[in-house]
Design a protein around this ligand. Structure first.
Ligand code: ZN
Ligand code: FE
Length: 764
């Protein structure tokens, strides 16, 4: 039997061993590089029972994608064995994401009579670190960051005992033989797990900031309910307004912080243990300014449980250990250097982290769970199977970067990398590429590399330097649409695709971001409609200044009130930008929907600069969520263009008349949804399709999605959105992989170059 999927490092071989023994079967099981292989000998009915029970009784962390069974010759085994791992040319096994500490380990952790009582690195085959400790495949202790620790007799016996929960648990350790905690403070260095925990907890209770080494990097922690501590963290981290996530002691505490629907609770307690965004039940202005939502997660490492057990505040801010916008620190020396000015103490765990993995962020959305940042607990899981036979690397976009490696048709999407205009993130991007390429032992001479069409993207420039056999570009907004279709495995389904985001390089070199397409992954996507073009004074820099972006839209509208006066008070940046527009200096055409939202936010009072991407739109959504009006401002669709002029005029005039900004925000948002729905229905009828795809960063706006769903409910249209990868640019690489690997247009290029892939043949 060959079993494929997430079957290594999740207690699968011991499970197979026990199942085989229970059925009196002889043979062997081993970790092969494309999954697990099993050889069985025994009575026919026993064999049948085994085959039946294997998928049904598999460990909960295992994800079986495929089981292949064939008849084998009798090799005369009289017992069942776990064999040494093979090491073949190209591994395509799915690496397990990191797992939260399991119930069994948790009760041992808190049992004073257990040998691993309060041991912060307790784990077993059902739980603990995986992706964050793997140095090389196949997954075996010498290839993990636990290689430096030799097991003592106690651990070794458990490791060797097929009947034990820790049988072949690669990171197994105990207080005698394993790694420990160390606390670094200005005063000195503290050792001893219990003393370290007590001191860290004292500091947290005294409103200090403690850096804590986690599974995939360092966190900065402080008491979430202590405003001074949180504000001090903001100041020291240079993070002015972007919301912080909270680690809640348990589900009860989480429920006091956020409103949890049954499915949101399922996400919160799932093995991925992501940060769940949900409506806030308490106002914590310092933690999450100007939003109605809070991001909360539950403990997932033994250390988290121990901190709470030792008396840490019940709600801790847990934010990535870095300076604002840099990638999360994961190496001890980097953390000690870069976090020394931010944290009062640094809690270092001795077990090294193999690679950086941030916390994931999800929301229980109107179309189901929506992943906003895909990292710990999910990465590097395969999210789709593509019918491509050659290896393919898609390098993603420059914002919220993540990359996709396709090996043997399985699309492995990397953890969240970050924004590549920061040098440390660019290094992290390069590391992630070489990491995945070497882990899966892909050869550059076989590789198709796919990058964004933007010639100046750092990801493009770096991709073009790489020694891949072949390279191809995919346009940004088409990649967004294809990312959804890849998740659905829909290569030939004709759709209308709506791609709304802040920015992306268009076919004509202008800044796109409000695009409608018709087509399929195989046939490619034709741009069939778009937002009415506006001017973008100052180019991409306008993204940080809503009033600057507003100038480019408002310049087209006549009869507006004086926006520099009450109640608008636009700063001089607005008039400077208007001048650029009128003189057509440093001004670029754009169809960006993100900037349209910025413009409405500016009209409703967001006249300062933003301090993080998407801030103005989030602010506007939070405002609209507080209103109840059912009005929709006009956003007409004519001749393939959505005209923003009546929409923004209505916003400005109503504000000048003194209407409540929340009601105006609501009528704006509903107007946008109506306009989009109208455009979708028209385009779907024109191209005779009944499937609609929504993707792009603008669709992180939950209120917009809710309005859209309501408006399209009574039509015959099916709506698809992203599920496993983010709708923002974190999902771009998957779409690039699908279009770059499958589109007929690029296949024919390959053909003419004499490099015909199986796929090209299949679809030719
Ligand atoms: Zn466990
Ligand atoms: Fe985008």
């Amino acid at each position: 039997m060959r079993v494929r999927g997430v079957v290594q490092g999740v207690g699968f071989r011991p499970f197979v061993y026990r199942l085989a023994r229970a059925n009196q079967l002889a043979g062997w099981v081993l970790n092969a590089e494309n999954g697990v292989e099993i050889h069985l000998e025994g009575a026919a009915d026993s064999l049948q029972r085994f085959v039946h029970d294997l998928p049904v009784k598999a460990p909960s962390a295992a994800q079986i994608m495929e089981i292949e069974t064939e008849t084998s010759s009798d090799e005369g085994f009289d017992t069942f064995l776990i064999r040494e791992s093979e090491n073949r040319e190209q591994p395509t096994v799915c690496i397990s994401p990191d797992l939260p500490v399991c119930e069994d380990c948790l009760s041992e952790l808190l049992d004073p009579t257990d040998p691993r009582y309060h041991y912060p690195y307790i784990n077993c085959t059902n739980c603990g670190p995986r992706y964050s400790v793997i140095l090389n495949l196949p997954y075996d202790r010498p290839e993990t960051t636990m290689q430096a620790w030799k097991m003592d007799h106690f651990c070794q016996n458990e490791y060797d005992d097929p009947g034990n929960r820790r049988f072949h648990a690669q990171p197994v350790a105990c207080g005698v033989c394993g790694p420990h905690l160390v606390l670094n403070e200005k005063g000195g260095r503290l050792c001893g797990d219990e003393s370290v925990l007590r001191r860290a907890v004292t500091l947290l209770r005294e409103a200090s900031i403690v850096a804590i080494k986690g599974l995939g990097g360092y966190h900065l922690a402080c008491n979430a309910l202590d405003e001074n501590a949180v504000l001090a963290l903001r100041e020291r981290k240079f993070r002015k307004e972007k919301p912080f996530a909270i680690l809640a002691r348990n589900l009860e505490v989480a429920k006091t912080l956020i409103e949890l629907s049954p499915s949101a609770q399922e996400l919160l307690t799932s093995v991925a243990r992501p940060i769940v965004l949900a409506p806030a039940r308490v106002m914590l202005e310092a933690v999450a300014p100007e939003t109605n939502e809070l991001g909360v997660m539950l403990p997932y490492t033994p250390l988290h449980y121990l901190l709470f057990e030792a008396g840490a505040p019940e709600a801790l801010v847990m934010t990535s250990g870095n300076r604002s916008s840099e990638p999360i620190a994961y190496k001890d020396e980097d953390a000690l250097a870069s976090l020394a000015d931010i944290a009062d103490a640094i809690l270092v765990g001795e077990r090294p982290i193999a690679r950086r993995v941030d916390d994931s962020v999800v929301r229980d959305g109107v179309f189901g769970p929506q992943v906003l940042r895909r990292s710990r607990g999910y990465a590097p899981g395969a999210v789709a199977r593509l019918p491509v036979s050659r290896p393919l690397l898609a390098v993603g976009a420059d914002l919220k970067n993540a990359i996709t490696l396709v090996v043997d048709g399985q699309a492995f999407v990397s953890q969240h990398v970050g924004d590549l205009d920061h040098y440390p993130s660019l290094c992290a991007f390069q590391e992630t590429i070489s990491d995945l390429i070497s882990m899966y032992r892909v050869r550059w001479e076989d590789l198709l590399l796919v990058h964004d069409a933007h010639p100046q993207y750092r990801s493009t420039l770096y991709g073009l330097e790489l020694p891949a056999a072949e390279k191809t570009a995919v346009q940004h907004h088409r990649a967004h649409i294809a990312s959804v279709l890849a998740e659905h495995g829909a290569w030939e389904t004709p759709v209308v695709g709506v791609s709304l985001d802040g920015t992306g390089y268009g076919d004509d070199g202008s800044i796109w971001g409000g695009e409608f397409f018709a087509g399929s992954v195989i046939e490619g996507f034709q741009r069939v409609a778009h937002l009415r073009p506006a001017a973008l004074p100052g180019g991409d820099a306008a993204a940080q200044h809503p009033v600057q972006a507003a100038a480019g839209f408002l310049a087209q509208i006549e009869g507006l009130p004086d926006l520099t006066a009450f109640p608008f008070h636009f700063p001089s940046r607005y008039e400077d930008a208007l001048e650029l527009v009128h003189k057509e200096v440093r001004t670029f055409p754009t169809t960006s929907a993100g900037r349209l939202f910025d413009c409405a936010a500016a009209l409703l009072g967001f006249t300062r600069g933003t301090t993080f991407e998407g801030q103005a739109a989030m602010w506007l959504e939070a405002l609209a969520t507080q209103a109840s009006c059912s009005e929709a401002y006009p956003f007409p669709f004519e001749n393939g263009e959505l005209d923003f002029r009546p929409l923004l005029y209505a916003v400005a005039i109503n504000r000048a008349r003194g209407r409540d900004a929340r009601q105006i925000a609501r009528a704006f948002q509903r107007g946008v949804a109506r306009g989009l729905a109208e455009a979708i229905e028209t385009l779907a009828a024109q191209s005779h399709v009944n499937t609609v795809v929504l993707s792009g960063g603008v669709f992180q706006n939950e209120l917009l999605l809710r309005d859209m769903k309501l408006l399209l409910t009574n039509t015959s249209l099916t709506i698809w959105t992203n599920r496993s990868v983010p709708t923002n640019d974190g999902g771009i690489s998957l779409g690039q992989a699908a279009l770059g690997g499958l589109q007929r247009a690029s296949s024919s290029v390959k053909e003419s170059a004499g490099l015909v892939s199986d796929t090209a043949v299949r679809y030719a």
